[in-house]
Design a binder for this molecule. Structure first.
Ligand code: FE
Ligand code: FE
Ligand code: ZN
Length: 292
């Protein structure tokens, strides 16, 4: 299994720091944002310290990592033309940065229709993806399954299938499954992940899943909320999430934790839980006392 978490990228070390952070968690993969997820301020590719990062990855046999596009990209916005135009322009640059860093997967939230309705939103996403995807594109855009908060598109596999249907170079598309989002969208992750995969296979072969976001949820199934919880501490629970990591079709698929920082060992500050969560998932044993 390939297990990791999202990591930072900042300071002098930039991407080298991201790889070091992942290694410190005992991870064999990771996910990063090319800058703050809430804004579009980005450094030049030449300032990301990519060669040193790639050398350290190679030294440790790390082969794959994932890039996540910022949340403010909303291709589904038909209400504000500026938002859509910015999304297309920024997504184009994110594809270039992802390729330059050496990842072949850029995770993207499909978007929110902001009141214009699902059909208009999906049509707009298709239009935007058709503006950025070409046959030469070296990067796959992995559409993330969403919780359905607000007017989010992507809480149904059918939405993602309609996007695939409309995109000309849809061999450049992939899917990112987020377990918290699936739970909040109404799927029974806790008791029947196999059943979810069967539903998925009505639309896509399983090899379209290029990334899994492994998160527990603070909310009940179907809450449409999107609040991540630490593995084993939420409504999905450890056993179901650990089971996802053992599915043989996902043996070479990056599984990424996006669980919240928490107080560990009575620490004053909230700390990254990933080292402990990765160790628990590898061992198959939930031990909440590790966090005390
Ligand atoms: Fe995401
Ligand atoms: Fe996610
Ligand atoms: Zn989320």
């Amino acid at each position: 299994m390939l297990l990791g978490s999202h990591v930072g990228m900042s300071g002098k070390e930039m991407m080298l720091g991201s790889v070091k952070e992942a290694l410190s968690y005992g991870a064999d993969t990771f996910m990063l944002y090319t800058g703050a997820p809430q804004n579009t301020k980005r450094k030049e590719v030449s300032e990301l310290n990519i060669p040193a990062a790639q050398a350290l990855m190679e030294e440790h046999g790390m082969r794959k990592f994932i890039v996540h596009a910022p949340y403010i990209i909303n291709l589904a916005n038909t209400v504000n033309a500026e938002t859509y135009d910015l999304a297309v322009m920024f997504l184009q640059k994110e594809i270039e940065r992802t390729a330059a860093m050496g990842s072949d997967t850029l995770v993207l939230h499909p978007g929110a229709h902001v009141g214009a309705g699902e059909d208009a939103g999906i049509a707009s996403i298709v239009k935007g993806l058709n503006e950025v995807l070409t046959p030469e594109c070296k990067v796959h855009i992995a559409l993330e399954t969403m919780a359905g908060k607000g007017s989010e598109i992507g809480n149904r596999f059918e939405h993602l299938a309609r996007i695939y249907d409309g995109v000309k170079w849809n061999d450049k598309l992939r899917i990112c499954m987020d377990t918290c989002h699936l739970n909040d969208a109404g799927f029974d992750v806790k008791n029947d992940f196999e059943g979810i995969l069967k539903q998925f296979e009505r639309y896509f072969p399983l090899n379209q899943i290029a990334c899994i976001h492994l998160n527990d949820s603070k909310n009940d199934q179907g809450a449409a909320k999107d609040r991540h919880e630490n593995i084993g501490f939420g409504t999905i629970g450890f056993d179901a999430l650990c089971g996802v990591t053992r599915i043989k079709e996902f043996a070479d698929t990056p599984i990424i934790l996006e669980t919240p920082y928490r107080e560990i060992g009575g620490s004053a500050d909230k700390l990254a839980p990933y080292k402990l969560e990765i160790a628990m998932l590898r061992s198959g044993m939930f031990d909440p006392k590790l966090f005390d």
